[in-house]
Structure formats: structure tokens, C-alpha cells
Ligand binder design. Structure first.
Ligand code: SF4
Ligand code: SF4
Length: 345
């Protein structure tokens, strides 16, 4: 009888199923001069809906902020998709909750770095980007934490710039971990060692991705244009040692950058050092600017190198092999792209 009443109650419970996304519901992206809804922009609508314009670290009225978010949620409930969200792959139909909290955050509001990668968006004006002042988000996020409005179960990302150079980085990561955030992703150069990253790895709640892109100092210096090769591998070994057992969240990354590291010897040395450092996870990618210009004419040897790097990772018993978007696309659409390329020739 109790079972029947229970199932009747479940049937009568109003469905809250509609098309929306995690960022509309519970997220934001802190950018240079505004707060946006997300950082995605590769779809028809262009994403990056502005939530607070002309923003430079002022205290946010979070109650007002949640009120605005509720309005967007109501639009989605009525089947209305924001223009900027149109075509976005993150839209999905599912049950959504009605609560006010944040569990998706991206921090992207600074550009200073201790590397000068040739492929970086800051490359053309590195002096400008290194001198650019950033604002301090810690007090603003602390207020949100004090209101009990930060939760785990989502995803926190640090972009930049080099996160470890951000003055508020250490207290911010500690605060987020204290709030129960259990999926923090940091892209770092690993030139500066961070105790907050170490804590996140130890607790199995932070993923660190370090794009070393090389196995030899000379190649590293050609790409990164700084001479921190040994320091980076030393720090990777320390991070790898500190990570919680069986989590493998310290990752080295190899971006195939044609003209710089597109050969098997470099990949061999990269994997030797990754293995020696104790890192058990790798990320593979292909350099974005090059890919944009060459995606319909990728030479065979680049496909082969990607397969070679993947097989190398397997041979070292890497526990996690991640292919970022471009590499994943290349690998999964290989036949189709080669056909297309060869027909154009
Ligand atoms: S649907 Fe896409 S573009 Fe819109 S907020 Fe979500 S992630 Fe951003
Ligand atoms: S480490 Fe990242 S932010 Fe720094 S220069 Fe290289 S690509 Fe740019």
C-alpha cells in the first residue's frame, strides 16, 4: 500500500524538465571587463552572454544576481533559448532544480604569465598582456561562500594567464575546496609551485594540466621562450607524488605544434620524462592556430604522430589519456578528413 501511495506521489510530482544548461542555471565566467554566463563561443549563437557589464572586481549584489538568473531560467522553462545559446552543444533536456547556488565557475580575468608560448593568444603583445592589471575576485567569491551559495558537483576552471601568479589564487583554491568544490581544473605552466594545487591533488578534487609540449630543453625553450624546462619537470614530480592514490589528476600535455615538436624522438623523450616524474595521465592536442589554417589539409604524418603519441601513452600504462577537442575530432574523423583532403588535391 505504502509503495502504491509513493508511486502515485511520484507520478503527480510536477516535472521540471526542459532544455537548459548548467551555466544558465548555476554558473558564471569572470572575464577581463565583465562577468559572462560561460566561456563557450564555438557555436551559432556565439555564447558568452554578458551578465554584468563593465565589471572590475566590485562587490556583487548576489541576491540581485540570482534574481537575474531566475529570469533566464524562466525563459528556458517556457522553451525560449537565449540568442547567444543557440546551437550550443551544452543545451540539454533534463530535470533542473529551482535553487539559487553556484557550482560552475570560470576564472579568466588575468593574463600575466611566466612563459611566452609562441602559440599563445598573448604572443603578439606579450608586454601588454603581462602588464595588464587584474582585479581581485577573492572578496567577492568569499561573500558568496559566506552566504552558503557555493556547492560541489559542478566544475571550476582557471584560465588566464598563469593561475599560480594570481595573488588570490592560493586563498581562492583553498576557499573553493573548503566549500566542497570537488572538480577544479587548473591549466598551469608549473613554473611556480603551488601549495593549493598540491592540496587539491592530495584531496583528489583538482585536476592539473601542464602543457610541457617537449621532452628536450631546447624544444621547450623554442616553444615557451623561457628556460624553465628542468624546474617544470621537478615540479611535476612533486605534484605527481602528492596526488591521491588512484586519482591520477596531475597531467602532462603534449600539443603537437608543427615545425617545433612534430617528431617521434621528441614524443619519446616527453613520455620518458612523464613516466620518470610519476605522472600517470596525459593530454594530447594539436596546436589551434595551425589547425584552423590546415584542418582540411592535415598531412598524413600528423595523423601518424597523434596515433604514435596515443600508443606511446598506452605502452607506458597511462591511466588516463585525454584528447582535447581538436585532437579528438581529428582522430574520430580521420577517414572523412583524409577523403575530403585527397578530393581537394
Ligand atoms: S547554453 Fe552554451 S552558450 Fe548558453 S550559457 Fe550554456 S554553455 Fe553558455
Ligand atoms: S603558459 Fe598558457 S598563458 Fe602562459 S604563455 Fe603559455 S599558453 Fe599563454
Amino acid at each position: 500500500m505504502l509503495k502504491e501511495i509513493k508511486s502515485l506521489f511520484i507520478k503527480e510530482k510536477k516535472s521540471n524538465k526542459y532544455v537548459s544548461c548548467e551555466y544558465v542555471q548555476h554558473g558564471f565566467n569572470v572575464d577581463y571587463e565583465d562577468i559572462k554566463m560561460c566561456c563557450f563561443n564555438c557555436h551559432e549563437g556565439g555564447g558568452r552572454q554578458i551578465l554584468i557589464d563593465n565589471y572590475h572586481g566590485e562587490m556583487i549584489n548576489w541576491n540581485k544576481f540570482f534574481k537575474e538568473k531566475r529570469k533566464m531560467r524562466e525563459l528556458n522553462k517556457k522553451g525560449i533559448i537565449l540568442d547567444r545559446c543557440k546551437g550550443c552543444i551544452f543545451l540539454k533536456e533534463r530535470e533542473w532544480d529551482e535553487e539559487d547556488y553556484i557550482n560552475y565557475m570560470v576564472f579568466n580575468h588575468w593574463t600575466q604569465c611566466n612563459c611566452k608560448c609562441k602559440y599563445c593568444f598573448t604572443n603578439e603583445q606579450s608586454d601588454y598582456f603581462n602588464a595588464r592589471k587584474n582585479y581581485n575576485m577573492y572578496p567577492v567569491i568569499k561573500k558568496l561562500a559566506d552566504m552558503g551559495k557555493i556547492r560541489g558537483g559542478g566544475e571550476i576552471g582557471f584560465g588566464g594567464g598563469e593561475p599560480a601568479l594570481l595573488p588570490e589564487f592560493e586563498p581562492m583554491v583553498n576557499l573553493l575546496l573548503d566549500c566542497g568544490c570537488d572538480n577544479i581544473r587548473v591549466h598551469s605552466s608549473a613554473v611556480k609551485y603551488s601549495l593549493a594545487i598540491e592540496r587539491g591533488l592530495r584531496e583528489g578534487k583538482l585536476t592539473l594540466v601542464v602543457s610541457v609540449d617537449s621532452g628536450r630543453a631546447e624544444t621547450y625553450e623554442n616553444i615557451k621562450r623561457v628556460n624553465h624546462f628542468n624546474k617544470v619537470w621537478e615540479n611535476m614530480a612533486k605534484y605527481a607524488q602528492s596526488q591521491s592514490e588512484n586519482k591520477y589528476k596531475a597531467k602532462t600535455k603534449y600539443i603537437i605544434y608543427p615545425g617545433f615538436n612534430d617528431n617521434k624522438e621528441e614524443i619519446d623523450k616527453f613520455f620518458e620524462l612523464t613516466n620518470q616524474s610519476g605522472v600517470k595521465s596525459v593530454v594530447l592536442d594539436i596546436e589551434g592556430g595551425w589547425y584552423e589554417q590546415n584542418k582540411y589539409k592535415v598531412p598524413d604524418y600528423i595523423y601518424e604522430l597523434l596515433d604514435y603519441a596515443y600508443d606511446k601513452a598506452l605502452s607506458y600504462d597511462m591511466k588516463n589519456i585525454e584528447l582535447y577537442d581538436r585532437a579528438s575530432h581529428m582522430k574520430s574523423h580521420k577517414e572523412e578528413y583524409i577523403k575530403l583532403r585527397d578530393n581537394v588535391k
